[in-house]
Design a binder for this molecule. Structure first.
Ligand SMILES: *Cc1c(COP(=O)(O)O)cnc(C)c1O
Length: 367
């Protein structure tokens, strides 16, 4: 039997090892130290904004952005129904009310027409999620934000390096938040970052990240803050990863092309759309199963596992899960339809062409 092909795995090279050793040898293993600032600077320059604020993970990066913007009880934040739960959990953790919006069936990202209808006098922010590497339609969201005086917080945990109209996602709203979890484009094991051009907001987020402590007067607390810091050891891994960022993204683009080549003739599959004004990246290669195939994504995942291939169904729409059912409403049709059809296949930098073809052939045989 062939060896299991995992759905994802981090690509770690000798440079990661070298920089982690360097961090260890320096004695700076907590959040002070050379690599944290360096990682923030490299990432901010890459995304094209002034400030990067490294955090413990991507989930708290979103929470820090909300807290930094002063969003809390009695405020409403519009989030897509089709996302990883961290997006909505952050809204709930700051005490704000999440408002679920459906997605556009072609991009799988926020349906901007529905967003426009959901805005009320209590709305404070819109939180587009660039899901499965696909940039959201930012022009319309940003003009809605200007019109209604709202903040835009981008969750680009799955789209680090993707572009919308030649600009990096994560630089298109007031704050961009990303994740460096092990299955993301760039990894530090656990980790995240907030990105912004707003210097005042960056300072606020830095202060909140460090227990709400004053920058000028030590152990004097201005706000009830958090410990959301990244460690120097993790940042060392991130610095090594960023040296190869262009290659990482190119490898993923090639993986997507190889999958499309081996699956492309099937009438039973729909691929993610490539829009002319967006450069999506391949986070997890994800497809939709068309009718009349009667197998559910869960069944296909199970059958693929029998031939040593790991895959996973797409995200469960938030409104069907217990903590979020109370935010459900009538018009969340497209996210629920995606859930019944979507599957992600093994996507990681070191996967071989042979393995991609094997996944393709096994999947086709099941349809
Ligand atoms: C991974 C992910 C997050 C959370 O990041 P963590 O680092 O795992 O906390 C948030 N939003 C989306 C869309 C994600 O995919």
């Amino acid at each position: 039997m062939s060896k299991l092909i995992p759905i994802a795995k981090p690509s770690l090279g000798p440079k990661e090892m070298e920089l982690v050793r360097e961090a260890m040898a320096s004695g700076w293993i907590s959040s002070a130290g050379y690599f944290v600032e360096q990682f923030e600077e490299i990432c901010a320059a890459y995304i094209g904004v002034k400030h990067g604020i490294a955090t413990t993970n991507g989930s708290v990066a979103i929470q820090l952005a909300l807290a930094g913007l002063g969003i809390g009880p009695s405020d409403e934040v519009i989030v897509p129904n089709f996302t990883f739960a961290a997006t909505i959990n952050a809204v709930i953790h700051v005490g704000a009310t999440p408002i679920l919006a459906d997605i556009d069936p072609d991009s799988w990202t926020l349906d901007v027409n529905q967003v426009a209808k959901l805005i009320t006098k209590n709305t404070k922010a819109i939180m587009p999620v660039h899901i499965y590497g696909q940039p959201c339609c930012m022009t319309i969201l940003n003009s809605l934000a200007v019109e209604h005086n709202l903040y835009v917080i981008e969750d680009f945990a799955e789209a680090f390096g993707a572009k919308y109209r030649n600009q990096m996602v994560g630089a298109l709203g007031n704050v961009g938040c990303t994740s460096f979890f092990a299955n993301k484009i760039v990894t530090t094991g656990e980790g995240g970052m907030c990105f912004t051009d707003d210097t005042e907001l960056a300072e606020e987020m830095r202060m909140l990240r460090d227990h709400g402590m004053s920058n000028t007067k030590k152990y004097w607390h201005i706000r009830a803050g958090y410990n959301f810091r990244l460690t120097n050891l993790q940042a060392a891994i991130g610095c090594a990863q960023m040296e190869r960022i262009d290659k990482k993204i190119a490898l993923r683009t090639k993986i997507e092309a190889t999958y499309v080549r081996s699956l492309g003739e099937s009438p039973y599959l729909t691929f993610q759309t490539h829009f002319r004004d967006r450069e999506k990246i391949c986070w997890l290669f994800t497809i939709l199963i068309n009718q009349p195939v009667l197998k559910s994504p869960d069944q296909i995942v199970e059958e693929l596992l029998k031939v040593e291939i790991e895959s996973r169904p797409v995200f469960v729409p938030l409104n069907v899960m217990p903590p979020y059912q109370k935010f459900s409403h009538e018009t969340l049709r497209h996210s629920q339809n995606l859930w019944r059809r979507g599957i992600s296949l093994p996507t990681f930098e070191d996967i071989s062409v042979e393995d991609i073809e094997r996944v393709g052939n096994e999947l086709l045989a099941l349809l």
